[in-house]
Structures are given as structure tokens and as C-alpha cells.
Design a protein around this ligand. Structure first.
Ligand SMILES: Cc1cc2nc3c(=O)[nH]c(=O)nc-3n(C[C@H](O)[C@H](O)[C@H](O)COP(=O)(O)O)c2cc1C
Length: 252
């Protein structure tokens, strides 16, 4: 099977195997570099992750240049995972790109309309276009966070009488965008694990300095930095610990 020319190798681990193999690796083997092209492919596949309204408000900065790697290690406070990483992926949230991405969705849907499959009626397509034309700007447009609070108050009042969507403040919209970016990040780490590569997600970083280093606009937010490489036999610091499942599983 292929998606956009990327081969799905039969040698890859299953999802369950990849989940079990993936660990936060803190020491990568300097003798075993990884192919940047494979990392790029895993990132491309990770863009298939579910994401809010398909706005794809993310960017993946794939860092291989030695000078930048050294800086990222410094800005990750010299953590071992960062000091020994072969490459980095900086997962960036670009909430500010919502107008472009909404337009991209509209244009893509209009293009689809010309060649629409029978189950997608004209009406359905018009509804989707209206969603990106009206609802997305309503949710994302804000002025210094003030409109968000007005929207919140409006929905709080309407919500007394019927179910409503409540996550409408500027902060809520940041969370929405970060959630989607984190799902893509996890998809990426699982794909890497499926191919026998290792990763360490890091939030112990100086996001402001990394943002400057990568010449990102002030509106960009760093979701996490993912160190990549191949584990050494001392790369995993301990056994995998999780609270008992009964503490987090609530059947109803
Ligand atoms: C958002 C996030 C941020 C993390 N930040 C760091 C970090 O800065 N440094 C680090 O060594 N590990 C970091 N970790 C890894 C966690 O400590 C690790 O996933 C957790 O202890 C569970 O271990 P496991 O991933 O091997 O199962 C982070 C994990 C996540 C999801």
C-alpha cells in the first residue's frame, strides 16, 4: 500500500507492538544515525492524524543541521535526550494560520464539488463550505482575547437552556490547536517506533529561544520538541510504570 508515494513496509511493527516498543529514550547511540528521509516520511504520515476541523494548524520543523542541533540541546537545558539526539522534530502550533487553512479547505471542497462522488450531495458540500466560511471565523477570530470572553458569556447564557459548544475563549482555542498537534506528535512517535526508531518528547525546553532560533513568528507556539535517534542499551532509564488501569478506567 502507498499514500503519496510512501511505502507501508510489511516489516513494520503492528500498532500494539509499536506502542509497547515506544519509550521515552534518554540516550541515543551516536554510532547509529537515522535516515532523515525516513523521519520525513514518518512526519508526512503523521499528518494523517485526526485534527480539529481539519485545519492542520501545525508545522513540523525537522532539525538535522549540527549547529541548530547544538543550540536546541542547549535550550533543552542539556538534557541527555537532547544532547545525544541524532535529529529533532519541533512540533509547532500555528493557530494564526486559521484563515489560510480555512480557505484551503473551502478551495479543496470546491475542487471536489466538480468531481463529487454521488454520496456527497451539493447541499452537503455547501454546508461544509459554510462551516469554514462562517463557523470557523466565528470561533477563531478574536481581538486581544476580548471577543472570546463575549462569546463565552453568550454561550454560557444559551447553555442554560440547551447544549452548546463552550470552548470559545482564546485560551480554549489554543488548547484545541495544541490537542491536534499532540495527536500528530504521538502518531509520529508511533510510526518511528514501528520502524525501530526511538524518540523522546520534551517540554523541558526554552520555547522562546527555540522559536527565535527557528525564526518563527511570535504567534507560533512550540507544542513539544521530539528528540530522535536509536536507543543505546542504557537509553531507557527504568521499567515502564503506569498507575493501575482500574484507577483510570471508568466503565459506565
Ligand atoms: C508532553 C511531554 C513532555 C515530556 N517532556 C519530557 C522532557 O522534557 N524530558 C524527558 O526526559 N522526558 C519528557 N517526557 C517523557 C515522559 O517523562 C515519559 O513519556 C513518561 O515518563 C512515560 O515514560 P514512557 O514514555 O517511556 O512510557 C515528556 C512526555 C510528554 C508526553
Amino acid at each position: 500500500m502507498r499514500w503519496k508515494g510512501i511505502k507501508f513496509s510489511r516489516m513494520e511493527k503492528s500498532v500494539s507492538e509499536a506502542l509497547q516498543y515506544r519509550r521515552a529514550v534518554r540516550l541515543f547511540d551516536p554510532e547509529q544515525p537515522i535516515d532523515p528521509e525516513e523521519v520525513r516520511q514518518c512526519l508526512q504520515l503523521a499528518t494523517l492524524a485526526p485534527n480539529s476541523s481539519n485545519l492542520q494548524l501545525w508545522e513540523f520543523h525537522h532539525v538535522c543541521a549540527p549547529s541548530l542541533k547544538a543550540k536546541i540541546a542547549e535550550y533543552s537545558f542539556g538534557q541527555n535526550a537532547a544532547k545525544t539526539a541524532d535529529q529533532f522534530v519541533v512540533v509547532v502550533v500555528r493557530k494564526d494560520l486559521w484563515p489560510q487553512r480555512a480557505k484551503w479547505n473551502i478551495d479543496s471542497i470546491k475542487a471536489l464539488q466538480l468531481d463529487a462522488p454521488p454520496h456527497l450531495s451539493d447541499l452537503r458540500l455547501r454546508e461544509v463550505i459554510r462551516y469554514y466560511d462562517r463557523l470557523i471565523p466565528f470561533l477563531y477570530f478574536d481581538i486581544w482575547g476580548i471577543l472570546g470572553w463575549i462569546k463565552w458569556l453568550f454561550f454560557a447564557i444559551v447553555g442554560l437552556f440547551r447544549p452548546v459548544y463552550r470552548e470559545v475563549t482564546a485560551c480554549d482555542m489554543r488548547i484545541v490547536a495544541h490537542k491536534s498537534a499532540a495527536l500528530a506528535a504521538q502518531s509520529f512517535m508511533l510510526l518511528m517506533a514501528a520502524r525501530g526508531y526511538d524518540t523522546c518528547p520534551m517540554e523541558g525546553i526554552d520555547t522562546r529561544r527555540i522559536r527565535k532560533l527557528l525564526r518563527l513568528p511570535r504567534s507560533a507556539e512550540i507544542n513539544m520538541v521530539i528528540a530522535c535517534g536509536i536507543r543505546t542499551d542504557k537509553g531507557i532509564y527504568g521499567p515502564r510504570l503506569r498507575v493501575p488501569f482500574s484507577e483510570v478506567y471508568r466503565p459506565w
